[in-house]
Design a protein around this ligand. Structure first.
Ligand code: ADP
Length: 161
């Protein structure tokens, strides 16, 4: 069975992530969407909140599971017996960093392959940071995230939809 991990901060999940999840789920047998518990990043949403948002928006995909992890991704891949790590490439700016991480991971564990999917053009500009920036001013985020998440995001900034 081909099990893959799609790791990220997902703070919050965007249409760009959802597009990646839907496309990856068609390629692999089982996809674990893994929320990184990185205290250094000072996230807007707790890991628990991010996991539950992801569970809601992936509930229509039977081979997708949502989990969380801390520590090294490659150790987590070993632990859950995943042979593929999926990452998205939006622009060349993503490339250098992602290449370095992928090569490091391959040295640590050559049995785990990193698979890059290029972003769908319509979401190439989109990041969680942009969503937070716009939401913090009470701007319209309906083009960036699913409707059901909008209120939860605004609430973090004491804004209303
Ligand atoms: P990280 O903090 O690890 O970069 P993110 O939540 O920002 O986590 O992103 C997780 C993954 O999703 C990364 O591989 C990133 O390149 C990819 N990604 C983020 N936004 C988009 C998008 N708009 N289109 C395609 N891939 C994306």
């Amino acid at each position: 069975m081909r099990r893959a991990i799609y790791p990220g901060s997902f703070d919050p999940v965007t249409f760009g992530h959802i597009d990646m999840i839907e496309r990856s789920a068609k390629i692999v047998d089982e996809l674990l969407v893994a929320v990184l518990n990185n205290s250094a990043k000072n996230p807007l949403f707790s890991v628990k909140e991010r996991v539950s948002m992801l569970e809601e928006i992936t509930s229509h995909l039977p081979n997708v599971k949502v989990t969380s992890f801390d520590g090294l991704l490659i150790d987590y891949a070993n632990k859950v017996d995943a042979s593929i790590i999926i990452r998205g490439l939006r622009a060349v700016t993503d490339f250098e960093y992602e290449l370095q991480i992928a090569q490091t991971n391959r040295i640590v564990n050559p049995n785990v392959a990193t698979l890059f999917l290029t972003t769908s053009l319509e979401y190439a500009y989109l990041s969680s940071t942009i969503v937070k920036e716009v939401a913090s001013y009470g701007g319209d985020i309906s083009h960036f995230v699913p409707e059901r998440l909008i209120e939860r995001i605004y609430a973090k900034y004491n804004k209303e939809s």
